[in-house]
Structure formats: C-alpha cells, structure tokens
Design a protein around this ligand. Sequence first.
Ligand code: M6R
Length: 583
Amino acid sequence: MCGIIGYIGSKKASSVMLDSLRKLEYRGYDSVGMAVFDKELRARKGIGRVDLVNDRLDFQELKGNVGIAHTRWATHGGVTDDNSHPHFDCTGKVVIVHNGIIENFLELKDQLKRLGHGFKSDTDSEVVAHLIEKYLDLGNTFYDSVIKSVGELKGSFALLALYAGEPDKIIAVRKDSPLVIGVGEGENFIASDVPAFLKHSRKAVFLKNHDVAVITKDAISIYNLETCREEVKQIQRIDWNVEQAEKTGFPHFMLKEIFEQPTTLRQALNQNMQKLNNTLREIKQARRVYFIAAGTSYHASMIGKQLLARKGIGSECVIASEYKNIINMVDDDTVVVAISQSGETADLIEAVRESKKNGAKVFSIINGPGSTLTRISDDTIYIYAGPEIGVASTKAFTGQLAVLYLMAMPELKDELITLSNKLEEMLKKEGLIRRIAEKIRNANDVYFLGKGLNYPTALEAALKLKEISYIHAEGMPAGELKHGTLALIEKGVPVMVFAPKNEFFHETISGAQEVKARGGYLIGFGDEKHEVFDEFLKVPKTLPELYPLIFTIIFQLLSYYTSILRGNNPDFPRNLAKSVTVK
Ligand code: M6R
C-alpha cells in the first residue's frame, strides 16, 4: 500500500503536499516523491522517510500550484530512488503516482518497449505514464488518453496523473484502491485518505470503484469508467478534527492512540441500539455466521465469536486471506460480519464481494468513514475511533470489542461505560508497565497465555509485541502449552499470563505452574495475585467477560515501551504498512 496526494489551487503545491505526505506516511515509508507543474513538470524523489528525503531534496524548492505526490510501500521493484514515485513518460510531459498493483504490467511493458518506450524503473506503475503518452501521441486528449490507458490495466489502482499539455487539471482514477477528494474553495485535493487534507477541508467526496475524476482548482467532475456518464457528487462532511490527525504533544501516534481509548471506548458505545439489535436478530436467524477479518481485527472477531457463543449463537472466525476455504459454505442463509479498522483491507474486500455474490448478508464493523467496505456491505456499524494513524492498531481494537460486546451482551452497557474509568486507571500504571518492558527488552521470545476470552487477548498481545519490537512472540491458550510449546520454555524465558479471577483462573494458573517448573520467568496480570508469579500487575476488578479490555491497555503499553527501549519507531515498524490494500 502507498499514500498519494494531489493538490490544485493557488497555494504552493509542494508545501501543501509535503504536509500531506507526513499524514499519509503510515501507508508506506520506503520512499517518497513529488512532481509539480511550474512551466514544465519538475520532480524530486528518493528513498527514506518523508522528513529525511526532504532534508536531502528540499521539496519546497519546487514552485507551482498543482502537483502530485507519493509515499511508497514497495511491492513491485525494490526500494530504490528510481522505483520511487512519481514516474514519467519518455517525454517528461506526463507524470503519475499510483497505489495498487498493475497485474499485467510485464505484458504492457513489453508492448511499450517494442513501440520504443524506455523505462527507468522496475515498478509496475511506470507503464501507466507510457500508456498515456502512447494515447496522447495518437492525438487523444489527456482525459481520453487516461481512460484508454486504464482500459488496458488489470489489477487495482488509485492513480493520479498530470500532463504538461493541460496543466490546469489532475486526473484521478480509482479501482479497488481508495481515493477521496477534499473539496476546497478555489482549491481541491485528492488523496488516499482524509487526514492528508483535513487541515484544509472537511468536505469529502469518496470516489467509488471505476470512478474517474477531473479536478481543477474550481471544479470537480466525476465520471463512471464503465458507463462514461457523469456522476452526481456526494459531498460528505467529515466530523474528525485536525487534532485527531496530529500527535498533540505525544511522541508517537501509537502512544496518543493508546491514551485516547477511554474516550474512544465511550464513542464506540454510543451506538444506535435498535440497529445493533437488528443485526443480532439477523445473526440469530442465519444458518451460518462467519466473522471475517485480518490481523488485530481478526483477534477482535475471535472475542466476538466467544461472546455470541455465550448467548448460544454459533459462528466461525475466518482470516480474510483464507476465505476461499469456506466460500462454498456461504449462501443466502449466511451472515458475514466483516471487521476492519480501515475498511480497505484487500483480502477482506474480496472475501466480502465473493460472499455477497453467493447471496450472504454482510454487516461490517468499521472505523474508516466512506471506506470501500462501508459501500459494499449491507450495513455498517462505525466504531467512531477517529483516525488511527499508528501502524499498530490500538484504539480500533477496543472500539471493535466495544461494539461486539454491546451487540452480543447489551445488558453490559452500563458496566462498559464505567470501564472507561478503569482504562484511565490502567493508563496511570504506565510506569509499572515500562518497568516490565525493561525486563523483556532483550528477550528472544516472549509467550502470552490466556484462556477463554483472554486467549484472543494473548494472540493480540503477541501480534502487538512482534510488529513493533521485532521480538518473536506467541499467544496461546494456557492449557495448550503442554501440548508442545512447553519444550521451548527454559530458564528466564518471559511468559506473560492473563489471569483474572474468573471461571478459568485455576486452569490458567496450572498452565503458569508448568512454565514455572521449567524455569520460565512468569509475569502475571489479574485482579488477585497468585504466588506462582515472579511479577504481578494488579488490575481493577470488572465483570469476568470484560478483562480483555483492561489487559489490552497493558500489552499495548508494554509493546510500545519495548519498541522504544529497543530503539525502534513504533509508528513505523519495518516492512509494514497501515492498511494492506493489496493481496
Ligand atoms: O484495517 P484492518 O483492520 O482491516 O487491518 C487489518 C490488519 O492489517 C491490521 O489489524 C494489522 O494487523 C495491524 N498492523 C495490527 O496492529
């Protein structure tokens, strides 16, 4: 996945876009670049994070009031200066930025090479600039050249193109990768995500699949690629504020987002109960229920499954990229619950589309307003967490849990609201959690154990630690250790145990005893200390079902501080990007 931004107006495009690139950096940070029109197209690009590249290349030396820019997460072609976007045609008069994957680029590249086009990069994206050049050479307008070029592409793309022959417009095309227009006064923006232009405009037009937009400083026209008809623009007001997309004094977005959770939990609980009841009724009536999600959202779905089971409702959790294994079970008597922070995860979008083709009813639990999943689902329940920018998902997880609890167990609503105070209490234990991070900072492996609802909690804890600290971690049911993994426990290996005083307490402690007997270093989290633990962090008492929410604060802070102590930047974990919009 990559982040793209285009600006057209009367401000200096490079300054506007530099700021936007910083906001989009969560989408990829292998390289960055921009092109502006200033009598001719001029570009600068290079590998590294936005600010580092800017220190070297000083983007703001580029003058001009129209431009396109890109921050890259490499998929096709290594991380090199040449593979950085933007990409030009042979004449230097056409320039593009692209997010997505052009699946047939090799074939197109061969054809274009045979026509005499020279390529500078190994990317799939560069073919688009040359295709547009090919059609311009045949006498087409810029718009027609883009349309004809896109007609030759297979795969997914959010594309922005500029042409020196018609520099009063940016042309944008969307297929399976997100694009949203920021509507301004005498200026317009087009970006992969809202935070890129939130500072300038809260009026947004989300492009739909197969939309092509012609954006000038005073006008926006949107056409459908398939029907060639002009579409009616639907302007949505974004109720995020600028601060939500800023660090507001926190050193990292991740820490800020962890600390926002008492508030975002309350926001997530502010649901239309009638709508949740209707969703639950549809779930109950369906013959089969599948939760489908990826990563952190998948772990939330595992908790959802257990909550439904407590109410006697059967469901299954399916990792989005594995949906093909169950798709022949999906029919018009199936309900799919798709869970996603971004609403743009490619594997999940495909799973939902295929489920819908088979007649399933799809409900989605989403954070990203206007995202693809919200448009292809039958109904969407928003978690209202505001923009989540840290690559490691935090407040979206607790928001997703809040909705799942509320849907499956509406009777817990008051206790859930009170829980936001307990999360505040946990956040005050930041110093204690940091001390635990000091103990594990040099570990090679860390294990998290939990039972029942705290098993998915353990899985999410391990994912969080892995992705930002780069320490190998595993989460597992406390009772499963003895079936194999115990062989890995030796003196001093840290094992963290989520052990609230609930129906599983004794079995959880048994698992901990097994670790103790092998010399593991046991760190326990719960509301009542047990002597088996070498260290113990006491948490406030709550209802047995609700401990995952409390433990979440612990492992998020623990992962954050471990990452910091190991000298990493938790907002930008290596090799990762925030939402995975490619398969
Ligand atoms: O936007 P989504 O919730 O669909 O994203 C799913 C995963 O890519 C995401 O949760 C990922 O695992 C996070 N980096 C975890 O922190």
